[in-house]
Ligand binder design. Structure first.
Ligand code: TAP
Length: 475
């Protein structure tokens, strides 16, 4: 007999979404000079709020506020004092975790169980971790008296809005820098809630400024002449444009860009665990993950078995309401992203790969795409080379470890990889050969604030997280 899950909706009543939001500059919410834009719930297309757009003059005001706060307050404060503010922010994030998680799922479309159990706790952990570094910077390995850079201009994407904010702001503040951050146009709300948290923590005005808007606002921020550090997470194309925009300046730059990770399964792997890892690798956060295991490389001798079990497992994934606690796969973040996923999937079919999705009913409104697997994919296929950034897996096979390494490295990207095998010696050998910033062994998508993260090749440069993450913010 089949049992169905009863609905288990998380309550929306824990969040108070205002009808309109201003920019957060110098500790206050202010109007923006640009044309206000709407942010919607991608699961329903309901308009959530109107958000101010920062034009170049607003960005300039925010950078000036950050500069004043830097020279008058933040860079003069002892590390121990800065640490107290960061600990306070971390604790408030924990206290308001449920509210932040619900808001994140509403604005982004991700399942509540992910925002509740991964995004927000990991964001709090980042603040705790870097709070601990604030008074120990001279022991970080960057000289006896490392100095901050000044004002950091930070631009983040929509896939992990609050977590990416934490990755950017926590190390910047711990090292004595002040910040102007631009969240993505489609997911500004949790960054604005973070602005309220800064007020609640009594953070000195100007230490954190949030400027909402689209690409032009980001462009004005990274190009501003009084910004000392540019930290960007997003697509490789925009990363390239930013690298060009800051070339010839003295700005220090960190770029965290796209990926096309190989998740490599050997015939001696624990197959059921590997299948869980494959599912987590590509369907976590609807596959909107830069380090997603979007290319499955499976050893030929077990390929059939792995695929059969994978399809059976995919048939149990629950796609739908992001606020339902049983949902595994939520909404695609925007109509644009959905169009991109559809287009590349059609290309995959046209190029001859076999497309399969489990039967699943998708809601009538909002942006949805079913979990999808492509078999018979070759390295020449576009779906094996380009980042789809959606719940779409491309399956390739290999016979020997050497072939697996060659195929895994045959990509312009190099952000992450996964290896599933019983043999530690083989895993270590593979890890040494793979051109990827992070290599997971018998697991996937594991994050810890103490662990550095970043790319090779077109996945960018610089590292975020861990002791290494301090370097990008120190002179
Ligand atoms: P992008 O289009 O690159 O957008 C990222 C951010 O940059 C957004 O805030 C965007 O604003 C802004 N932006 C757009 N044009 C800009 C410009 N010319 N100058 C300055 N800022 C500009 O990427 P996305 O579609 O949001 O995110 C998906 C991509 O991010 C994927 O390729 C993914 O792999 C990558 N990603 C990488 C990582 C890491 S850690 N490597 C993590 C997450 C995502 P608007 O959104 O408002 O237009």
């Amino acid at each position: 007999m089949d049992f169905d899950y009863a609905p288990a909706p998380e309550s929306r009543s824990v969040v108070d979404i205002r009808s309109s939001y201003g920019l957060f500059v110098n500790g206050e919410f202010v109007d923006g000079g640009g044309k206000a834009f709407k942010t919607i719930n991608p699961a329903t297309e309901e308009v959530l709020a109107e958000v101010a757009e920062a034009d170049a003059a607003d960005v300039d005001r925010a950078v000036k506020a950050a500069r004043r706060a830097y020279s008058r307050v933040w860079s003069r404060m002892s590390g121990a004092e800065r640490g107290k503010y960061l600990f306070r922010i971390a604790r408030i994030i924990q206290e308001r975790a449920r509210e932040i998680a619900v808001l994140e799922s509403i604005d982004n479309g991700k399942p509540i169980k992910e925002s509740r159990d991964v995004d927000i706790p990991t964001a709090a952990a980042h603040f705790f971790y870097y709070a601990g570094w604030a008074d120990k910077l001279e022991h970080a390995g960057y000289g006896p008296d490392p100095q901050p850079l000044g004002v950091a201009g930070q631009v983040i994407p929509w896939n992990f809005p609050f977590l990416m904010l934490a990755w950017k702001i926590a190390p910047a503040l711990a090292t004595g820098n002040t910040v102007v951050l631009k969240p993505a146009e489609t997911t500004p709300l949790t960054a604005l809630l973070f602005a309220e948290i800064c007020q609640q923590a009594d953070l000195p005005p100007g230490v954190v400024n949030i400027v909402t808007g689209a690409g032009a606002t980001g462009q004005a921020l990274v190009a501003h002449e009084d910004v000392d550090k540019v930290a960007f997470t997003g697509s490789t194309d925009v990363g390239r444009a930013i690298a060009k925009a800051v070339a010839g300046s003295t700005k220090k730059v960190t770029l965290e860009l796209g990926g096309k990770a190989a998740n490599i399964v050997f015939d001696d792997a624990p197959i059921d665990q590997a299948v869980e890892g494959i599912v987590n690798g590509i369907f976590f956060n609807q596959g909107h993950v830069c380090c997603a295991g979007s290319r499955l490389l499976v050893q030929e001798s077990v390929a059939e078995d792995v695929l059969e079990r994978l399809k059976r497992r995919m048939g149990t994934l629950r796609v739908g309401d992001p606020l339902d606690k049983n949902t595994d796969v939520g909404a695609i973040n925007s109509a644009e992203q959905l169009a991109k996923i559809r287009e590349l999937s059609e290309v995959g079919e046209a190029e001859g790969a076999g497309r399969w999705s489990p039967p699943c009913e998708l809601p009538d409104h909002g942006f949805w795409f079913p979990p999808t697997v492509f078999t018979g994919v070759t390295q020449a296929h576009r779906i094996a080379r380009e980042e789809i950034f959606g719940p779409v897996l491309s399956v390739l096979t290999f016979r020997t470890p050497k072939e697996a390494v060659e195929k895994a490295n045959n990509t312009p990207y190099g952000l992450s990889a996964g290896i599933w095998s019983d043999k530690g010696s083989r895993t270590l050998w593979m890890a040494g050969q793979l051109r990827a910033g992070v290599v997971w062994s018998n697991t996937f998508n594991k994050f810890d604030p103490a662990s550095p993260f970043g790319g090779f090749k077109e996945s960018g440069y610089g590292r975020e997280g861990g002791r290494h993450g301090l370097e990008g913010y120190l002179r």
